[in-house]
Design a protein around this ligand. Structure first.
Ligand code: URA
Length: 233
């Protein structure tokens, strides 16, 4: 059955077109968290989920610790087959301590629903960075390097069957690549031995209606890949 572009968008619950909500967060006087107990970043490669969570919440490994309200460790099922990885918390995530709770998060939930998935139900959602970069600036190399062991340990503990990298930044960080998203889509990559599929970031999709049909193709590719993985594992 071949779907029209309208059908694909409808299946993604993207019709009528999504609009960005009016910004509610004030740019001034953002609260600064009380200084958490200093936890020196040591080797995290053998620690438990709970200890990892504690380490992340007290992390002082880079300067983002001074500007965050709180860390955003991730949300969902720690034994999930599906791991979705975004870039970094934004203002709402920094306030609430959960990833993808703003407008992009609502679209992510619709993307999950389009392939019969639900946040928390065999799905885990995390970010490359656990702290919000101030003014939502791009993450810096040193910040990624300091945070990377946390994501690696999350992956080792969750043992997902498939990782979906959301957006160019997450994809490039996970894959150690400088390729464009167009070049990385539609292929099976690996991170820490786990298959990775790349798609657009939901925040980008909110601004770029044309790419939503491509995101739907990526989701179909992911669903088919998971089907194959479940049949072979
Ligand atoms: N964008 C991301 O990449 N992650 C979030 O948690 C929210 C917005």
């Amino acid at each position: 059955m071949s779907l029209t572009r309208e059908d694909k968008l409808r299946e993604l619950e993207l019709l009528p077109a999504w609009k960005l909500r009016a910004a509610t967060a004030s740019k001034v006087a953002e609260p600064v968290a009380e200084v958490a107990p200093v936890v020196a970043q040591t080797d995290v490669s053998a620690i438990s989920w709970d200890t990892l969570q504690q380490m992340v919440s007290g992390c002082q490994a880079c300067s983002l610790a001074q500007t965050r309200t709180q860390t955003v460790f991730g949300v969902g099922d720690p034994n999930a087959d599906w791991l979705f990885v975004g870039e970094a918390p934004g203002a709402e995530e920094d306030q609430q301590g959960q990833p993808f709770v703003g407008a992009a998060g609502q679209l992510l939930d619709n993307m999950l629903a389009a392939i019969q998935l639900k946040r928390g139900n065999n799905v885990y959602i995390a970010n490359v960075l656990k702290c919000r970069p101030p003014q939502n600036r791009d993450p810096q190399g040193e910040e990624v390097a300091k945070c990377d062991p946390y994501l690696k340990r999350q992956v080792a503990l969750i043992q997902p069957k498939l990782i979906i990298a959301l957006g160019k930044f997450a994809a490039q960080s996970l894959l150690g690549s400088e390729h464009t998203i167009a070049a990385m889509r539609g292929k099976l990559h690996t991170y820490q031995g786990v298959p990775v599929i790349v798609t657009y970031h939901p925040a980008y999709l909110l601004r770029s209606l044309n790419e939503k049909a491509k995101a739907w193709e990526d989701l179909c590719f992911a669903r088919a890949t998971m089907h194959d993985l479940c049949a072979t594992i």
